[in-house]
Design a protein around this ligand. Structure first.
Ligand SMILES: Nc1ncnc2c1ncn2[C@@H]1O[C@H](COP(=O)(O)OP(=O)(O)OP(=O)(O)O)[C@@H](O)[C@H]1O
Length: 263
């Protein structure tokens, strides 16, 4: 019995101790492949005939109107839901980790023990401390979650995902509850960690500017599937003032606004 989704290893496996990131399994060349995916809840059809390929190491953002099925898609990819029909394949059963808007820390465990959840072996705590260092929280390991700010709690949640060295990081509105400045700091942190570790990232966000700031591809989801697949080639780190940023943001927003509500 897992206390929260994030505590549940999506791909159960023994923790492997190593310093370098594990070699990618690129046996079929893709980090993620969805074919003809339908998802219904009772009579409500949420996703229909969705096809998607994601390359290893790509950063993909999923945007769309509220209720269009973004979180459902992420949960299908995480293996927390099963498609009604169709196939969801993550390359070589890659290690997948989810991060949510709410950090879901266990209040009765110290920060380092929250990060070490699910790890075993004598170096579990050292690995957790190392992950905390990577998110800028060295020195906060012995604190209780209640003493952290919202942004710091999300950093802990990020460390808890990273400590498992995921090949696929699934981010479901992880910054939705943070103030604007903290969000910008978290953008930079997520981007740096993604560049350093080379995992594939899927980010669900309501914020089109956030999607353009972080992603290689911005996918607009609607009832018919992927209504727009926009490649972002702007140099990193991206500034909203950079030429082309506002135009791309506007283009995606125009597509979203053009869709019927609740699609
Ligand atoms: N477990 C469930 N049982 C029944 N209906 C569900 C379930 N999960 C999601 N839905 C429905 O599926 C639709 C899509 O939900 P989902 O949360 O994926 O949308 P979303 O695009 O992430 O929305 P938001 O942007 O508002 O978070 C909604 O109508 C929702 O009510």
């Amino acid at each position: 019995m897992w206390l929260t989704d994030i505590d549940r290893p999506v791909t159960p496996r023994e923790p492997v101790v190593h310093d370098a990131p594990p070699a990618r399994d690129t046996s079929h060349g893709l980090a993620l492949r969805l074919r003809g995916v339908d998802k219904s809840f009772g009579t409500r059809h949420v996703l229909q005939q969705l096809d998607l390929n994601v390359e290893p190491g790509e950063f993909v953002a999923l945007v769309g109107r509220s209720g269009c099925g973004k979180s459902t898609l992420l949960r299908l990819i995480a293996g927390l839901e099963q498609p009604s029909t169709g196939v969801v394949e993550a390359g070589g059963g890659e290690e997948r980790r989810l991060m949510f808007q709410d950090a879901r820390l266990l209040p009765w465990k110290r920060v380092v023990d929250n990060v070490a959840l699910g790890l075993s072996g004598p170096d579990a705590k050292a690995r957790a401390m190392q992950a905390l260092e990577q998110v800028g929280l060295a020195g906060r390991g012995q604190d209780w979650p209640a003493t952290l700010s919202g942004g710091q709690r999300q950093r802990v949640a990020l460390a808890r995902a990273l400590v498992h060295r995921p090949r696929l990081l699934l981010l479901d509105e992880p910054l939705g509850a943070l103030d604007a400045l903290t969000r910008l700091e978290m953008h930079r942190l997520i981007e740096q960690l993604w560049q350093r570790h080379g995992f594939t990232a899927l980010l669900v966000t309501h914020d089109v500017a956030e999607a353009v700031a972080l992603a290689d591809r911005v996918l607009l989801i609607d009832r018919s599937g992927i209504a727009l697949d926009a490649t972002v080639t702007l140099p990193r780190p991206r500034s909203r003032a950079a030429p082309g940023f506002a135009e791309l943001e506007e283009r995606v927003l125009r597509h979203i606004v053009g869709q019927p509500a609740g699609s």
